[in-house]
Design a protein around this ligand. Structure first.
Ligand code: PBG
Length: 326
């Protein structure tokens, strides 16, 4: 007679479960997004994202010190300019909101890795991610401005630039200019696989970046595709990306998995605003346990293969993990 197999032995108690645990969320895997706005004395909650705040530059120092103390290694910066125009001028202005914010943050907490989102959508009057010609975003002229933006961020002291515009060829063009200007050690985290997702809704309220006409489907990816994701990643690696990103995370965990299986490169995944807002709303209604759900979500992103997670929950998670009990 053959013995009954007992997989439950590996779940017997906390100690054994922890010994055989395969995926774990570590605070060092987390990247925390920050929204910087014009003005002074601003520390205001974003209506669509409870627990996420707009900061004016003068209020950033305390916030980044707290982030540093929590052990979070990196922030991802988004800026809302005081003035928008057709060509998103403030994005690549050395005195622009992000450039000033980077200098303040690096001065306050030099060890905090400052990553800048490189895109025109927050800076353009039409809300698109690049230059609009004949009703669509023109690729090559947009790349020129994206590259200027990335260089300007590097000059301000950014450790890493993260192009999120989805124009073809921008990673290679950024790498070339950064190298030519002596910024050989500035990393590129490419939003390589960025879907045209409805999960960005709350962010677009926070960043005031809703397109004024049309949508982003001619440059962001079709949610139905994942072979295309592999082609995008291959191109970005060839063009010099150091880290590649899949965004959003939860509806695209299969894509994270496929990318990680195929390419030996650090993979980041963005747990985006809509994913955040859904958890917040359900938790507020008392329908789910926020802490347990968030830890389960982030663990699932790690299990799918992400090395890094960009999440609005980073500060909460850092606090929870330091007081981890089982
Ligand atoms: C574009 C950008 C977007 C997000 C990050 N970078 C919005 C968009 O493409 O419309 C979304 C992030 C989120 O939803 O949390 N600069």
């Amino acid at each position: 007679m053959h013995l009954i197999r007992r997989p439950r032995r590996l779940r017997l108690n906390t100690t054994i479960r922890e010994m055989v645990r395969e995926s774990m969320v570590d605070v060092k895997d987390l990247i925390y997004p920050l929204f910087v706005v014009p003005g002074t004395g601003v520390h205001q909650e974003v209506s669509s994202m409870p627990g996420v705040y707009h900061f004016s530059i003068d209020r950033l120092e305390d916030e980044v010190k707290e982030i540093g103390h929590l052990g979070i290694p990196a922030v991802l910066l988004f800026g809302i300019p005081s003035r928008k125009d057709e060509i998103g001028s403030e994005a690549y202005d050395d005195a622009g909101i992000i450039q000033r914010a980077v200098r303040i943050i690096k001065g306050a907490v030099p060890s905090l890795i400052v990553i800048t989102d490189v895109c025109l959508c927050e800076y353009s009057s039409h809300g698109h991610c690049g230059l609009v010609k004949n009703g669509d975003v023109e690729n090559d002229s947009t790349v020129e401005l994206i590259v200027r933006t990335a260089l300007s961020h590097a000059r301000a002291g950014a450790d890493m630039v993260a192009p999120s515009d989805m124009m073809d060829g921008r990673v290679g063009a950024i790498r070339k200019l950064l190298d030519a200007e002596g910024y050989v050690n500035v990393l590129i985290m490419a939003y390589s696989v960025k879907y045209a997702s409805s999960f960005y809704g709350p962010f677009r309220v926070a960043a005031d970046s809703m397109p004024h006409f049309g949508d982003r489907k001619s440059y962001q990816m079709d949610p139905a595709n994942s072979d295309e994701a592999l082609r995008e990643v291959a191109l970005d690696i060839e063009e010099g990306a150091d880290i590649i990103m899949v965004k959003p995370a939860l509806s695209y965990l299969d894509v994270v998995w496929r990318v990680k299986e195929k390419f030996p490169i650090p993979v980041a995944s963005y747990n985006v605003s809509g994913e955040y807002a859904m958890v917040k709303a359900a938790a507020k209604m008392g329908w789910i346990d926020e802490k347990n759900v968030v830890l389960e979500i982030l663990t699932s992103i790690k299990r799918a293969g992400a090395d890094l997670i960009i999440t609005y929950f980073a500060k909460d998670v850092a606090r929870w993990l330091t007081t981890r009990s089982c």
